[in-house]
Design a binder for this molecule. Sequence first.
Ligand SMILES: C[S@@+](CC[C@H](N)C(=O)[O-])C[C@H]1O[C@@H](n2cnc3c(N)ncnc32)[C@H](O)[C@@H]1O
Length: 222
Amino acid sequence: MLRQAIRKIPGVPQLIKLNTDFENWWFDWRHGTDTSADRADQARKGWETDTTNHTYVPIRPKCARRVLQALPVTNPQEYTFIDVGCGKGRMLLLALEHSFRTAIGVELRKELSDLAKLNLHNDDRARLCSATCMNVNAMEFEFPDEKLVVYLFNPFGEDVMRTVLENLGRSLESSFRDVWVIMDFPVYANVADSMPYLSFVTEGYDYRIYRAKSPELAAVAA
Ligand SMILES: C[S@@+](CC[C@H](N)C(=O)[O-])C[C@H]1O[C@@H](n2cnc3c(N)ncnc32)[C@H](O)[C@@H]1O
């Protein structure tokens, strides 16, 4: 409420944009990457108005670090971080700074996944742990049989979100392991809330975090 009121003060949206632009520039300069979004080009391609598969908007590093710090995982080196809808891979690089075992990006649009691969290739930490990006529709992605942190920054519409989270649930039914789900800017949090295998753990101003229940608990909730 307070944040929304502040945003309405004249000049504040411009200041926020300046701050975001600087943050984006600083991230790419420090990492030697290109993770920015060309919104005009994306509009020409029709991505900006696609309500099924959302357009590319990189996460603000500040927001990414906030949610990673809020994640109650004490041993990230045991977990694979998966960014479903990873764009050019900015969040993958930030997750690796947070000491995850490795990171996998899933990206529908080939030109973005090619750039994510290049960004990972140019990063020492990503090369060391063989972080990778797959050019595949999230609905067809098979979750690896490992401890996972699954990250979703508002990548697609409700139907795709449901399919992806149902696929994750089936994967857990065949092989239970510890899995956390982060919904960043959670427009379709209702979908995660409705999954019997997920329990809500914590939330902040712009994220919600869930954890997979044990198979016994999930069966009771179903
Ligand atoms: C809001 S951006 C998030 C970018 C990235 N996660 C980050 O935090 O910087 C959403 C991304 O999801 C991708 N996307 C949309 N629909 C998808 C789908 N069905 N399968 C895989 N990726 C998808 C888009 O191309 C876009 O790159």
